[in-house]
Design a protein around this ligand. Sequence first.
Ligand code: NDP
Length: 242
Amino acid sequence: MKYALVTGGSRGIGRAICLKLAEMGYFILINYQTNEAEANNTLVLVRQMGSDGELMKFDVANAEEVKQALDQWSVQHKGEHVEVLINNAGIRKDNLMLWMPGNDWSSVLNIGLNGFFHVTQQLLKNMLVSKYGRIVNIVSLSGIKGLPGQVNYSAAKGGVIAATKALAQEVAKKNVTVNAVAPGFICTDMTQELDEAELKKQIPVGRFGKSEEVADLVGFLVSKQASYITGEVISINGGLYT
Ligand code: NDP
């Protein structure tokens, strides 16, 4: 059995990635924070793809919760390990820096950046020991370009981008690749309240992207064919950033 963990797999881009990896034959560990009903819906869809999975509830920002959940999984799956990790969980709390409450700075950083650290550190050792692994971090255009009103989110995503490049060099010799995927505007709950009609005028392709399009890119990075790609940040944004 080959196992893949997708953080924030209950909805949006994370769900689409779960389905893509299920199609590729992975058993999917579907992480979520609060929305068990949607996580269950993802599991039903994973099974419809002919694979299987299980729910794994933890807050990526909480180091103890992450450790407890993943240690417990390891005890129940002796001799097995998670070979694919997709760090997808993320939130945004937009505000101009001047008005940004301290909590909105720290929660976005805790989930986006510290969450990457907590989950990746737990799973890295077994990838190195078994000399194979795939880590894909879902970042954002905001982390490359910086976007006004998103100083917290840009910092979190920019931090993960730099960490991706550094970690890729640490683990490359063990056949573990670490890459980042940077979407522009993708139709999910996260972008639901945005003015799509207005914003799409700025996008050369003329529309928001679909979660499935992001998932296809992630699927390629996870595949054996992508063995020579590591430390990269690949944009998927309809030509928005050039
Ligand atoms: P959604 O808001 O649709 O889904 C967010 C997911 O993250 C949910 O599954 C949610 O779980 C989970 N989550 C949130 N906080 C935590 C936490 N503390 N611990 C564990 N899981 C958590 O987001 P998207 O699908 O749009 O975004 C997915 C990723 O893509 C994010 O990292 C986002 O920053 C990034 N991204 C999105 C873009 C877009 O346009 N949509 C553009 C660029 C990047 P639950 O259901 O339990 O709440």
